[in-house]
Write a protein that binds this ligand. Structure first.
Ligand SMILES: [Zn+2]
Length: 458
């Protein structure tokens, strides 16, 4: 007994030594006390920098109990020591100005300040890296290099899976930024489809058992990993219900959600949340969806853009944020499908401007999902389409034009990010292999119809 008491005394003495900083550690960056820093953020880029600054503030508070002030770049005077987030007017931002490729970001320390820089949502990856590397625990003395360092995002084994579908989004639809004047009311300066930032890029063949696919068979291929007949959602050619990734996630104890700018009975959301052999059987789809909601707890959030045809960015952002916080409450992870439906509709009508607006708002949604993945590096994201619509390509003068009012059999793009995404890079695969491969990442190797096309990496 005496021995134990003695041991406890020694232990508590050691603990008090550590907490008093008797071993020389006290939370500092390059010799400056962390307590003396302010966090300055850029006002640009859809508040990505502001949210990165807030993330840094809350993580530092959680780890060290130190609450640093947040300062807008535009408003306040330069303070003594600053953590500068995003592209600001501060002198250190001028010095940082690094050459980055893809998802890379840069960090620099200079005269007691630290600056992080990354395009758009990539600043989130910089903020996560900064916290993990330089404020890993309470009582840590960090040394940030005083020369520009370029880094890639931290990636961990995936437990969250997000599939983003641009309905009717062929390869040329994703290149609209290059062809059209980027002065859209809502585009706010983005100059590229965000998919092109992602490290893995490939293509998918979309044909269904009916030939050129519709959104029902295309959605079912991506959701259930089977080729089926046009018009069918979640059912095979013999009218059997086929398990979807949504249902697979639930079987694994994960959460699942379905989001679309289309009403919930739309072919794509229906393919991920119901089983019916007629995409226009609204009553059948709704009953099937109710079952999924009550039996499995599938979260369905659809139709938020359908009536207005206008993108209210904050509204959609809030719906995405709410959905992600609901789903990520499950520690086992989740599967989420998000669709932008209007690229297809406007491409049927050959309305280039409106289709581009739909691409722009899809792009902004992608940015928010990528931001989530950077703060939650155990997240896998894949962006693709069910089919191309409108046979869009540039004429001999380089002007982008539609050449059809229907779906085409053209390949569609795949962009992927996260653990395992490299399997998709440079590949031309069947659309059903996307579902097979995501199921494989979830630990299931016999998902869908793999008689002809297996999961990648097999
Ligand atoms: Zn269509």
């Amino acid at each position: 007994m005496k021995k134990i008491i003695c041991l406890l005394l020694i232990l508590s003495f050691a603990v008090s030594l550590i907490s008093c900083g008797a071993f020389g550690a006290s939370n500092s960056i390059n010799g400056e006390s962390l307590k003396d820093y302010s966090i300055v953020y850029s006002e640009e880029d859809h508040d990505y920098s502001k949210r990165a600054a807030e993330y840094i503030q809350s993580e530092i508070l959680a780890r060290t109990k130190i609450n640093l002030p947040l300062i807008e770049d535009s408003e306040d005077a330069v303070t003594e020591n600053e953590i500068v987030v995003g592209n600001t007017e501060r002198a250190i931002s001028e010095k940082l100005n690094a050459e980055t490729v893809g998802l890379q970001f840069a960090i620099l320390a200079d005269q007691g300040d630290v600056a992080l820089e990354g395009d758009y949502f990539i600043i989130a990856a910089a903020a996560y890296f900064f916290i993990e590397t330089y404020v890993p625990t309470a009582d840590y003395d960090a040394t940030v290099p005083e020369e520009v360092k370029v880094h890639s995002p931290i990636v961990k084994e995936a437990k969250n899976f997000i599939m983003l579908i641009g309905d009717g989004m062929g390869i040329n639809q994703t290149k609209m930024f290059e062809y059209l004047e980027n002065d859209r009311e809502y585009s706010d300066g983005e100059d590229m489809f965000y998919g092109y930032y992602l490290p893995a890029q490939g293509q998918s063949r979309t044909a269904s058992l009916s030939g050129v696919t519709d959104s029902a068979a295309g959605g079912t291929a991506l959701s259930c990993g089977i080729k089926t007949i046009n018009g069918f959602v979640g059912r095979d050619e013999n009218l059997n219900d086929v398990k979807s990734l949504t249902e697979l996630a639930h079987e694994n104890g994960m959460s699942a959600g379905v989001m679309s700018t289309e009403v919930k009975t739309g072919a794509t959301p229906a393919a991920f949340s119901s089983h019916a052999d007629a995409r226009y059987d609204d009553a059948g789809i709704i009953i099937s969806q109710l079952e999924a909601q009550t039996k499995y707890g599938t979260v369905i959030e659809c139709g938020f853009d359908y009536y207005t045809e206008r993108y209210i960015e904050k509204t959609v952002e809030k719906k995405i944020t709410d959905m992600l916080s609901k789903l990520s409450a499950n520690k086992k992870g989740f599967f989420l499908m998000y669709e932008e439906a209007h690229i297809d509709k406007h491409s049927h009508n050959n309305e280039l401007d409106k289709a581009f607006d739909a691409i722009v708002r899809f792009n902004q949604a992608i940015g928010r999902f990528m931001e989530f993945a950077f703060y939650n590096p155990d997240t896998f994201i894949l962006i693709t389409a069910d089919h191309e619509t409108g046979d869009l390509f540039p004429n001999s003068e380089g002007v982008l034009e539609y050449h059809s009012e229907d779906h085409t059999g053209k390949n569609v793009p795949i962009f992927a990010y996260g653990a395992g995404s490299e399997l998709f890079n440079g590949q031309k695969i069947e659309n059903i292999q996307i579902a097979h491969t995501i199921a494989h990442f979830m630990g299931v190797d016999n998902f869908g119809d793999q008689s002809t096309y297996q999961y990648l990496g097999k």
